[in-house]
Design a protein around this ligand. Structure first.
Ligand code: TXA
Ligand code: MG
Length: 371
């Protein structure tokens, strides 16, 4: 299959492909999504195939802004949710979330309606719904009379794409088209939440809407889902331990590189001396060239450095750059990669930390004693 790279002016062409049951990667404010008609089981099935995604990992359904007026009623009339299963005491909380965070990077889990095929929710009783904020994708949705099921447009387990070129790298030859809407502004995926009661919202995946923002807006308790249920079934598959992973060994440092002990540096040197190529380093803040020079002086070996922002604590920029930096390190000459641990667990730091934990999940062992 030849994958077309469509310009932003060609959204009507993208709409035609989707109407025929084809797949188009679309820009959203968070990351690019791999979209197909959410009400068409064949189109949804093709999404799983193109991504090589296991069928137990459910998809988010993307909505047009037309649902902003009386959303619960309209969603129910279109068969996307089952309003009868939403108790009246949680409706005001859902409405507050929609009013404040849609369109935007918040995915709400609600009882699914008849029009949503089993495959979209992996047979689960709730469907993940979100209204993307990207103007081009909203234009595209306004051409369609169905919503779009769209996981992130990467092969399963790989780095999420935040630019059209990155989607091409992941899925060229597997999908009909990529609609180029420029780089994504948020850079990490949506926050996935479930309403537990009128007094509690649970975060299943941290993302673009922060826990603090949810708390301030709703004034209810915000809890965190446990990564795995007791029977080891995943409660939210975005919570798979290993995810977002580059194609090469990727280790999380125990501290910022400047605070590494001599012992730890020795361990890293030993690991690298077997290797001819430079090592790749994801560093949170600072000027890339300066960090590179300092690190090379300390390590005595060549390095490739990517920083998330030149400005300390610029979390918005850090989130925007995260997946791009990871991809650049993956595609560089570096054979082994390191990342600093995320210096904050609050705000966007929560989502960034989560992604880095998962990206390094299979490579923890070198820090263990004797390893
Ligand atoms: O920002 C985003 O959310 C991006 C853009 C494209 O919208 N999409 C995205 O989709 O990140 P994906 O498929 O990579 O991650 C979706 C995750 C699932 O892995 C799961 O954690 C959660 O959302 N999810 C979706 N539907 C669910 C459901 N019915 N029940 C539980 N979790 C669900
Ligand atoms: Mg994903």
């Amino acid at each position: 299959m030849k994958t077309q790279l469509l310009k932003s002016t060609e959204h009507k062409h993208a709409a035609e492909i989707l109407k025929k049951g084809g797949l188009v990667a679309i820009p959203t404010e968070t990351v690019y999504g791999l979209a197909g008609n959410a009400t068409n089981p064949e189109a949804v099935s093709k999404i799983f195939e193109a991504k090589e995604r296991p069928k137990f990992d459910p998809l988010i359904v993307h909505l047009s802004e037309k649902y902003l007026s009386d959303p619960l009623l309209q969603l129910s009339q279109d068969g996307l949710i089952d309003l009868g299963l939403i108790s009246s005491d949680v409706k005001p909380l859902i409405q507050t979330l929609i009013k404040n965070f849609w369109p935007g990077p918040l995915t709400l889990l609600l009882p699914r309606g008849k029009k949503i095929p089993d495959l979209v929710t992996s047979g689960l009783p709730l469907v993940g719904l979100r209204m993307p904020q990207h103007p081009l994708t909203q234009k595209l949705l306004s051409e369609l009379n169905f919503p779009l099921a769209a996981p992130s447009a990467n092969r399963f387990g790989k780095i999420s794409p935040t630019q059209a070129q990155a989607v091409m790298q992941e899925l060229d030859g597997r999908i009909d088209a990529v609609l180029d809407g420029g780089p994504c502004q948020v850079g990490v995926e949506s926050t996935v939440v479930q309403i537990i009661s009128p007094h509690e919202i649970q975060i299943l995946r941290p993302g673009g809407i922060t826990q603090e923002n949810l708390q301030k807006t709703t004034q209810v308790q915000i809890s965190q889902a446990q990564p795995k249920t007791a029977d080891h079934k995943i409660s939210a598959p975005g919570m798979l331990d290993s995810h977002y992973a580059p194609d090469k060994p990727f280790f999380m440092l125990p501290s910022s590189w400047e605070n590494l002990s001599f012992e730890k540096f020795d361990k890293i040197k030993k690991l690298l001396q077997k290797n001819q190529n430079p090592s790749g380093w994801l560093i949170f803040w600072g000027d890339e060239q300066r960090e590179k020079e300092h690190l090379e002086r300390r390590l005595g070996l060549p390095v490739i450095v990517k920083t998330l922002s030149p400005i300390k604590e610029n979390w918005t920029e850090a989130a925007q750059n995260l997946f791009l930096c990871l991809r650049e390190l993956q595609d560089s000459q570096a054979q082994i990669l390191f990342t600093e641990p995320c210096p904050s667990q609050t705000g966007l730091g929560h989502a960034i930390s989560d992604r880095l934990q998962r990206a390094t999940a299979q490579w923890k062992s070198i820090w263990r004693e004797g390893a």
